[in-house]
Design a protein around this ligand. Structure first.
Ligand code: PMV
Length: 353
């Protein structure tokens, strides 16, 4: 399985060119929380790919002259050389070296920028690792021009996963499934696949307005959080529940049942945070305004019957999810009742790609 991603030799050579790619962010509907050795997810997850939150990355290739370190690269973020990003890229290169042996042979100047504000509390690891992985695949394609499109995207997602698990869902497709699921042929723990079943038009251009409740740095990183699922008292039930929720979503996506959709997605968000609160050490990433926003969303839904729901990432921000056809009403509601809960009144309007 993994073997197919180890190249047996290259047929062409490289010139000193620049390779670039824009990769989107994604928001999980069924959450990945907990992993096994080698970035293997403890349960399958599914996400919407976003349109307006993305990372642009370019990789300029040049001849390597310096051999003091295992890899030779410089990483710039929004125009500035970022020494603090070196360790992360270095460990990513270490993980992928066996799959892309050319990374030892060249110098890489990596330049990256996000469309969303730097410290917005929105994780950029998914879009940034996806963008970098696709750039590296563009280089590999140069070396192996006969590579099929299918293999290109599969391997790009495979590599992105090794950078940050959820990044493998930011490579290709509007709705992406990652992790083996018995009812989904072709699903894999090693890469994300485009969701292969029918999607009701209710989900076309589904809206995600991200309330920036707290733009500060998280006290507990995702990797620390994933690790706390080892030996967690509810881990096995949680992993099983995620699989069941993916089965339920199949019918929901097919039939366009928005209320059932909201129920699964909100339950997933609250379960993710419940896992954090019941880890040892326990922690809470929600802020008081996260809960106020949730209450207001529930009130508004009850009063109007408009199918608006929420999900949460590993942070305090609230993703307000709703169908395109109620966009006007929901944006009015957000403006009048939810922006006051956001830091500096900031939110990001996004939608499914
Ligand atoms: O990809 P990571 O290791 O940053 O983990 C992401 C975890 C969540 O965003 C909370 C859930 C998910 O499936 O994206």
């Amino acid at each position: 399985m993994i073997q197919e991603f180890i190249p047996s030799g290259y047929t062409s050579s490289l010139s000193e060119e620049m390779y670039s790619h824009r990769a989107p962010s994604n928001i999980a509907l069924v959450k990945y929380w907990g992993k096994k050795q080698g970035q293997i997810p403890a349960n399958p997850s599914i996400s919407f790919t976003l349109s307006n939150c993305y990372t642009d990355t370019s990789v300029q290739l040049s001849t390597r002259t310096e051999y003091a370190e295992p890899y030779s690269f410089d990483i710039y973020f929004e125009g500035e050389l970022k020494e603090s990003f070196r360790a992360k890229i270095n460990s990513f290169f270490q993980r992928i070296e066996i799959y892309l042996p050319f990374i030892k042979e060249y110098h890489f100047e990596i330049r990256s920028m996000n469309s969303f504000p730097h410290s917005s509390g929105i994780a950029s690891s998914a879009s940034s690792m996806a963008a970098l992985s696709v750039c590296l695949m563009k280089i590999e394609k140069e070396l192996q021009p006969q590579m099929t499109d299918d293999f290109f995207w599969k391997k790009a997602s495979f590599l992105a996963r090794l950078g940050s698990g959820s990044a493998c869902r930011s490579v290709k497709g509007s709705i992406v499934l990652w992790g083996e699921h018995p009812e989904v042929d072709g699903s894999s723990d090693f890469y994300g696949i485009t969701y292969p079943f029918a999607i009701h038009p209710n989900f076309n251009n589904y809206q995600d307005t991200i309330l920036l409740i707290d733009k500060g740095q998280k006290q507990v990183s995702s990797s620390q959080g994933h690790n706390l699922m080892y030996g967690h008292p509810f881990a096995l039930q949680r992993f099983e529940q995620a699989s069941v929720n993916i089965s339920k979503l199949k019918t929901i996506f097919e039939q366009g049942d928005l209320n059932a959709f909201i129920e699964i997605v909100e339950s997933e968000a609250l379960t993710l945070h419940a896992m954090m609160m019941t880890s040892l050490p326990y922690f809470i990433l929600m802020k008081p305004n996260t809960l106020t926003a949730i209450e207001k969303i529930w009130q508004f839904r009850k009063q109007t019957g408009i199918p608006v729901g929420f999900t949460l990432d590993a942070g305090a921000n609230v993703h307000v999810l709703y169908p395109y056809k109620v966009k006007k009403e929901v944006l009015q509601f957000i403006d009048s009742q939810l922006t006051i809960l956001c830091e500096n009144g900031q939110y990001i309007k996004d939608e499914v790609k």
